[in-house]
Design a protein around this ligand. Structure first.
Ligand code: GLC
Length: 748
């Protein structure tokens, strides 16, 4: 007996050593060689968990069958299963009861926090602070991994110029460069430098691609863009994500130029996997494989499964197409098994990189879960993220900041008392109603305020979430609001959207203040003009009347758990706002799409008194432009100097001076314009930004670096062209406030 035990120990150790010495690819291939066709297809199947559905649940979805499939090794991943207890239970079935014991990966939409809610992504982007964004992602990964999650469906990298589209809330706005920087920061935050670390999680660049350009701003709608727009405005953030080792990519729901992304072999195989050499795996978005039949691209589910696997979609989220049809497709010779093998390799590689084969329960530590989720407080970091996301849009007569001794304040608006909306739409496991409200934030400074809802709200149960419905038409609270406004020295009005009026499937045709809030604003203004408008919203809103009449306007988005404290610290001056808009605010929905990096046209402003590109009833410019954001102090820009440090490498320096009487942080932005090119280029393109904090009177030199390639653009074949000629180099405090110019000439 002893001899047998010794032999077993030696063989296990030698197997373990042999495993250790093998590369991941060797381990993957060795495992693949032992898998049956059913087991291979199983790795390509992702099921939704057993309770929260984040999409339309297919008829055939049932828990019993899912458990059975896991037991038989016919499932590679699940989503929306979280909590160590649930994760371990499912992982144990997969690892101990299936033939090969291949561990599952557990995915979830950890978009801006898991338990600690950070600002929604568009608000995070408004901070233009990549360290802060990375830190929030790091904390999200720490919390999510403690709860058994090892894969997040984030960052969303969909550039969008259309605020009617509800998912602008989830992205980083209208610019490809800023979106790429935000994406890189989030991938670093989620994945760290070692995916095998138990507190890192795999990231997912989504939605590939073009999802942010739906016709008419309607979610899931058709996308039809030129290859020039695709390569220059839509794909760069995804390319940057791949270059920064994003582990996974998610298909977009939409048709892209006639072909659904999930079945778009040119997009996924040619561009992503071949040209960009993406080594991770691609997951469909919910039922996007099956939806190809609805699009009219696939005959049926069977055909959709063929098109999807041929196009490089490696994993099927919740459409059951791969589970039901791939085996027949292989057996009939319609699909080559080599395509399945490639998909399986990609998925197994990530599982090996995560260390799941070494320890399938590394994310299932009950004590660790308790320490992180119950005994660790990230409020400080959540507050810092929220503070940096706030954008001061307008501040006439320096109405803000309010004095800390300010008396006789009226606070009006349902959102001032809303502890749930600030958590945003994708709130993961943030506790409902756990945000600090504006009223609570103000109460830290003073109790000398009176509150009135104004536009009365009705709490209604919408499915599984109660939402404060501010789409109400109920004006019965107006009289009380007007009464308190009349007596007040200053009025803080908190208006905007409920958190479920932006996000997935929340497109709006009119992006003004919902319900009767605009009427409320005007009614209050009629009796007292001393108004600070605080916006709480998940998208740019059309607020032209407020922009013209209201002296101070603060963009406060949906700032997460510490919302009320951040807003109050800005209003009372303990924090000098530094945010800059990541997306233009249109004057009217009729202007959409309005964005800063537009082309000049042949008839720009000034071309002619009548015959030029304009509207007869409104200006061309947005109400607030990309990159706009004020401070409680002022800054001067001077002394721009361009130097070619070596062939094809440039530095651009300038001086920024704080000319006001408070310390403040400015975000100078670097823009270029390729004046003449073989493909017309935008009047401005963001190519750099930095943050500089200055005390009153202090000056600092800032420096940007440009490579020759930064001056290039992609042709419709995806080739990067850098053409000789003149380039305008601009530095500004926003895309519409250019303060320094110089010129760069490329001679070859
Ligand atoms: C949703 C979203 C996608 C999300 C997925 C899983 O439909 O489009 O962004 O990651 O389903 O919840």
């Amino acid at each position: 007996m002893k001899k047998i035990v010794i032999i077993m120990v030696i063989s296990t150790m030698s197997f373990a050593c042999s495993q250790k010495s093998k590369s991941i690819d060797e381990k993957v291939n060795e495992l693949l060689s032992r898998m049956t066709l059913d087991e291979k297809i199983g790795q390509l199947v992702q099921y939704n968990g057993f309770w929260d559905a984040t999409g339309p649940v297919p008829q055939e979805s049932n828990s019993k069958r899912k458990y059975n499939d896991v037991r038989q090794g016919l499932v590679g991943s699940v989503l929306n299963v979280y909590g160590v207890e649930q994760v371990r239970k499912l992982q144990e079935i997969a690892v101990t009861q299936s033939r090969l014991g291949i561990p599952l990966i557990f995915g979830m939409d950890v978009i801006h926090g898991y338990k600690t809610a950070f600002p929604v992504p568009i608000a995070e982007a408004a901070s233009w602070n990549m360290q802060t964004i990375e830190q929030a992602a790091r904390i999200s990964a720490t919390e999510a991994s403690a709860a058994g999650i090892n894969w997040t469906f984030a960052p969303m990298l969909d550039v969008s110029r259309d605020p009617r589209w509800g998912r602008v809330m989830e992205g980083a706005g209208e610019d490809p460069y800023l979106t790429a920087q935000v994406g890189i920061a989030k991938i670093k935050g989620f994945q760290g430098t070692d995916l095998s670390h138990s507190q890192t999680i795999a990231a997912c660049a989504k939605h590939f691609a073009g999802y942010g350009f739906p016709i008419a701003g309607r979610d899931y709608n058709t996308v039809d863009v030129s290859k020039v727009t695709l390569f220059n405005d839509i794909l760069p953030p995804f390319k940057a994500a791949v270059e920064n080792n994003v582990a996974t990519v998610m298909n977009a729901f939409n048709v892209l130029n006639g072909v659904p992304c999930t079945g778009n072999s040119w997009l996924v195989r040619d561009v992503l996997k071949n040209t960009w050499n993406f080594k991770g795996f691609v997951v469909s978005d919910w039922g996007s494989i099956m939806e190809m039949a609805t699009h009219g691209y696939a005959q049926d589910r069977y055909h959709a499964a063929q098109l999807a696997i041929e196009a490089g979609c490696d994993m099927d989220m919740e459409s059951y197409a791969y589970r039901n049809d791939l085996k027949t497709l292989i057996e009939k010779g319609v699909v080559k098994e080599s395509l399945i093998d490639d998909a399986v390799r990609r998925i197994l590689r990530i599982k090996f990189e995560m260390g799941l084969f070494d320890n399938p329960y590394k994310y299932c530590d009950k004590e660790h879960e308790k320490v992180i989720l119950q005994n660790t407080d990230y409020s400080k970091e959540a507050l810092q993220s929220a503070l940096e996301a706030i954008v001061l849009l307008k501040n006439e007569q320096s109405l803000l900041p309010l004095s800390k001794n300010q008396k006789n304040i009226a606070v009006i608006g349902a959102l001032a008392n809303d502890k749930d909306t600030p958590l945003g739409n994708w709130r993961a496991q943030a506790v409902k109603n756990s945000a600090v409200s504006v009223l609570e934030g103000i109460s830290v400074y003073t109790n000398d305020y009176v509150y009135a809802q104004g536009a009365l709200v009705h709490t209604n149960a919408a499915g599984f979430i109660h939402t404060v419905n501010i789409n109400t038409t109920d004006k019965s609270g107006f009289a009380q609001a007007i009464a308190v406004a009349k007596k007040a020295d200053v009025i803080i009005m908190v208006l905007g959207e409920n958190c479920f009026q932006s996000g997935e499937a929340r497109s709006r045709s009119d992006i003004g203040l919902p319900g009767v809030q605009q009427e409320l604003l005007e009614a209050v203004y009629a009796v007292n003009r001393n108004i600070v408008l605080v916006l709480m919203n998940g998208r740019p809103l059309t607020i032209p009347w407020a922009g013209e009449h209201i002296p101070a306007i603060v963009e406060a988005w949906q700032l997460g758990q510490q919302s009320g404290n951040a807003i109050a610290q800005v209003l009372f001056g303990d924090y000098n706002p530094q945010g800059k808009l990541p997306m233009s605010f249109p004057r009217s929905v009729g202007q959409i799409p309005v964005y800063y990096n537009h082309l000049n046209t042949g008839r720009p402003e000034g071309f002619n008194k009548v015959f030029w590109s304009h509207y007869m009833d409104i200006e061309n410019t947005p109400l607030y432009s990309f990159g706009h954001g004020l401070s409680y102090t002022t800054f001067a820009y001077s002394n721009i100097v361009l130097k070619e440090t070596k062939k094809g490498e440039y530095t651009i320096t300038a001086h920024i001076t704080n000319t006001g009487n408070r310390t403040g942080t400015e975000t100078p932005q670097l823009y270029i314009r390729d004046v003449v090119a073989s493909v017309v280029r935008p009047v401005k393109e963001l190519k750099g930004f930095t943050k500089v904090t200055l005390s009153p009177g202090e000056s600092k030199q800032i420096e940007f670096k440009l490579q020759r390639a930064d001056l290039g653009f992609y042709t419709e074949t995806g080739k990067l062209n850098v053409e000789p000629g003149d380039f305008e180099i601009m530095i500004g405090s926003s895309s519409s406030t250019i303060l320094l110019n110089t010129k760069l000439t490329l001679t070859e």
